[in-house]
Write a protein that binds this ligand. Structure first.
Ligand code: TXA
Ligand code: MG
Length: 343
């Protein structure tokens, strides 16, 4: 019997107060939460996820005041960002206060804090006196969950309860920035808040430290993070005709086609005098968006990758997003998902 799915906030608050593990909905992805000030509870997160303890956790808070209590400094740039974007898909990395257990921060002198924009989880946070440590609720290295059933499928046996908040509205993890005492803002992970918005709020450009190497300061930057079971291969229909489409060339394996925009795919197909491809035998076609919206594509990305695994596709061909807005975060996840097997 796996953990129950439900919407009982009192039960969730009681379990968390007892040091147990509860999956929580956020606007980005589902989190695997525990009392962030209780080291035993936090240790439970690492073991349920098989997560190495060098990979620090984000503390989720219900207010800016609570975030401040977890940090030893609160520079003005952090205040601007929190007031502009919280609750929302932005995580701030700041000097930690002494009360934060070293296990949460993997012994780093900094702590990551975020106020998530989900009514159920904000209501839960208002019922408990502690912040919630919560990584994405997936086994280490796999694609993040964007609905409650994704969590139940993989971690249901290892946790105590799953708060079911429906589908995540953004679908890609938060953007992480560090803020130093001199108000230098550095992006550590691309995510659900686009950099254009951050730059506008600060009135100055931000630094970017987006390493693709495997011994990073932010382990979310490990190359093979977000790996689905299939081999992911970039493909573009541009300057290609239908006889050279992946499904025409690959006959031995079950092929997945992840189109960025249904509209663009259809335009290309009709230029090839093909009406529809959905029924090609041995091939699964999915569209991340109707008309190429990067927001819609981000929301559908992880669920679609899981669906290809369920469908038994061993090779999945995908199109890159354009390098702006959420397209940058989408391309970051696609780069990591397709890095599999190269290291
Ligand atoms: O949207 C999100 O951020 C989701 C939801 C549940 O809030 N959480 C999430 O957590 O993506 P996780 O653990 O999968 O990724 C958090 C990343 C990790 O890669 C970790 O390295 C980085 O945050 N991180 C945490 N604390 C840090 C710190 N003190 N310095 C640098 N990076 C840190
Ligand atoms: Mg994660």
């Amino acid at each position: 019997m796996g953990a129950a799915l439900g919407i009982d906030l009192t039960l969730a608050a009681d379990l968390l107060s007892q040091g147990k593990l509860v999956a929580i909905p956020t606007e980005t992805v589902y989190g695997l939460a525990a009392n962030g000030l209780n080291p035993d509870a936090v240790a439970g997160i690492f073991s349920a996820k098989n997560r190495p303890t060098f990979d620090p956790l984000i503390l989720h808070v219900g207010s800016i005041e609570q975030a401040k209590s977890l940090c030893s400094d609160w520079p003005s740039a952090a205040d601007t960002l929190a007031k502009t974007f919280w609750p929302g898909p932005l995580t701030l990395v700041l000097p930690k206060a002494d009360l934060v257990p070293p296990l949460v921060t993997a012994d780093n002198p900094t702590v990551a804090v975020r106020m998530p924009n989900n009514a159920m989880t904000l209501a839960l946070l208002s019922k408990i006196p502690f912040p919630l440590a919560a990584p994405s609720a997936n086994p280490f290295g796999y694609v993040s969950p964007t609905n409650a059933q994704h969590v139940a499928d993989q971690l249901g046996e290892r946790i105590d309860y799953i708060l079911d908040g429906g589908r995540c509205a953004i679908g890609i993890e938060s953007t992480i920035v560090s803020v130093t005492m001199d108000n230098t803002v550095t992006v550590l992970r691309l995510g659900g808040l686009d950099l254009e918005s951050i730059t506008e709020a600060l009135g100055k450009p931000v630094n970017e430290v987006l390493s693709m190497h495997s011994s990073p300061q932010a382990p979310g930057q490990l190359d093979q993070h977000y790996s689905p079971g299939s081999t992911m291969i970039a493909w573009s229909p541009e300057n290609t005709d239908i006889h050279n489409a992946p499904w025409a060339l690959q006959t031995t394996e079950k092929i997945g086609m992840m189109w960025f925009s249904q509209q663009r795919a259809q335009q290309w197909l009709s230029a090839q005098n093909v009406e529809a491809v959905e029924n090609t035998p041995g091939v699964k076609h999915y569209y991340l968006s109707g008309d190429g919206s990067d927001k819609e594509a981000a929301m559908n990305l992880f669920g679609t990758l899981r669906q290809f695994d369920k469908d038994g596709c061993t090779r999945v061909y995908f199109e890159w997003a354009s390098e702006s807005g959420l397209g940058r975060a989408i391309n970051d996840r696609l780069t990591r998902a397709s890095a599999k097997g190269t290291h």
